[in-house]
Design a protein. Sequence first.
Length: 361
Amino acid sequence: MLDMSRMSAPVFAVFGRVPGGWFAPAARMVVCAALPWYVCVWIGTTTAPVAAALPAVLVLRQDVFAAPRLAFERLVGVIAGVLLTVAVLHWLPTGPLTFPVVLVCGCAGMYLLGTGGSANQQVLITALVIYGTADPGYPLARLWESAVGVAVVTLLGPLLWPPDPYREAARGLEAYRVALLARLEGISGRLAAGTGAPAATAATAATATATATATAGAYALWHRPYEVSAALDRMTARRLSPLARRTPTRAPDEGPHPVRPRLRLAGRTAPALHFFGRELESRAPGGDDGAVRALAPLVDATARALDAALRGADCGPGLLRARELEAAHRAAHPARRDAALRAGLHLTHEALADHLAAPPA
């Protein structure tokens, strides 16, 4: 089973996807680092304009479509760091208090200019570099080099070998589908064997650690559809018209089943299945609850129907079978507590029915 808790943002890892998949991002980074370097050498900022190449190295290693925003944030940090350090050195000549003042002001600016809960570290980095550079012309050179590097990354970076957003989203959805099916099959297998769901106990430190790891992995799994959807929205909501014209409406190999409706289905069913899992954990982990043991075929049928829908296949027969098993379980176990146990599966069936009834995209 895929360990979804170990997958980090951004959702789509560029390196290692397919053999040779590293070429496009590597070539993009080389071009966007070398071009501003030679531009700054030509205009004569410094003999080694490292600051001009840094935006490509630090920005393009993330989501290429977020490069304009990240590059702009970096430029704002550089400007703030330069102005802050020049002001401090002007009003407080070098002495025992100068460095602590630069450090404190740099930290304050780093958090004040942060966005999305993340500090703008470039403020502090620029302030410390300028403080440690004796050349009086270096602050202006740093501004020029950073501006040239940011301009190249912003205007050129996303245009060089851009990844297909819909193909990347399809890969992310496929990874989620595989992990989800494995998880639901594991639950169904334990229920059929009469062992129930794993109990959240804290008898030993090892058990507590394993429980915490499993909880983190479960959260990462149920949150994955939202991350994939957010990444797709971010990659397609672009302002540059050349990029908009080059963006397809779906991955070439999707056929008649585009990825967005399947992502919506995954996002809608994830909280319902998460609720089902948590409710199952509270019920008879020892296997002495008949209503819990009787869920095994229902969980398996639901998993098969949802898996077919997420693959883009016809989930109608599987959904019909799952609803028949739900009705049988409801007739055999009509208690309110049993209804709460089935609620997550019932909501999953409703989402599948709406997905079937939706017109083709």
